[in-house]
Design a protein around this ligand. Sequence first.
Ligand code: GLP
Length: 242
Amino acid sequence: MEVVIVPDAAAGGDIIAEAMAKLLHRKPDALLGVATGSTPLPVYQSLAARVRAGAVDVSRARVCQLDEYVGLPTGHPESYRSVVLREVVEPLGLSPEAFMGPDGAAEDVQAACDAYDAALAAAGGVDLQLLGIGTDGHIGFNEPCSSLASRTRIKTLTEQTRVDNARFFGGDIEAVPHHVITQGIGTILEARHLVLLATGEGKAEAVAATVEGPVAAVVPASALQLHPHATVIVDEAAASKL
Ligand code: GLP
């Protein structure tokens, strides 16, 4: 695992956008796995700026979702589908057909999860998966004690994650769904390159456990230690407990 300490979130965003640009130069139809949350926004902003400047061609790029809330009405502004369309697909000028994600509104949620795993495989697999990290060490929505071999499936959010994410729902924890679909840890580990970005002191403990702790289901992000090509990019605050 490679650990890169950067001065701030914008610098982290630039490094990752540069890695995505290089990948797209080498493989124009690369499948980029994107994450939600506030941390990755500088990546998308930096990549979109490069696209506007004509420095990177995303005309054949494809984007896929990491996770999704279950039960939000179609088109809800905080469904991760809406977030990825708003923060990534539209600013990059991609067509909605270049985007894939699990169906959080499906009647049969497990069938939707299985279909998504199959769709990722049929698409040739994820080339670069961008990850954030939860304060409890989760990646995607794989909460502590998720199996390190897990596939895409339904999970129940911990109270801590619902509290953390309430800010996206007007601060109302009751509005945060209890259930989610997430790529499993085993699914995530199949991506060719994993890039985790963490910023701010609130992530320092989770980052230390991820990088320096044992590989353990209680810290899902520690599974990155098992991957042959994992990069962890942290600002000084998130690195403060390393
Ligand atoms: C959610 C997402 C994760 C993300 C995490 C951290 O739980 N499912 O993919 O990493 O939030 O979000 P933030 O970057 O806003 O701290």
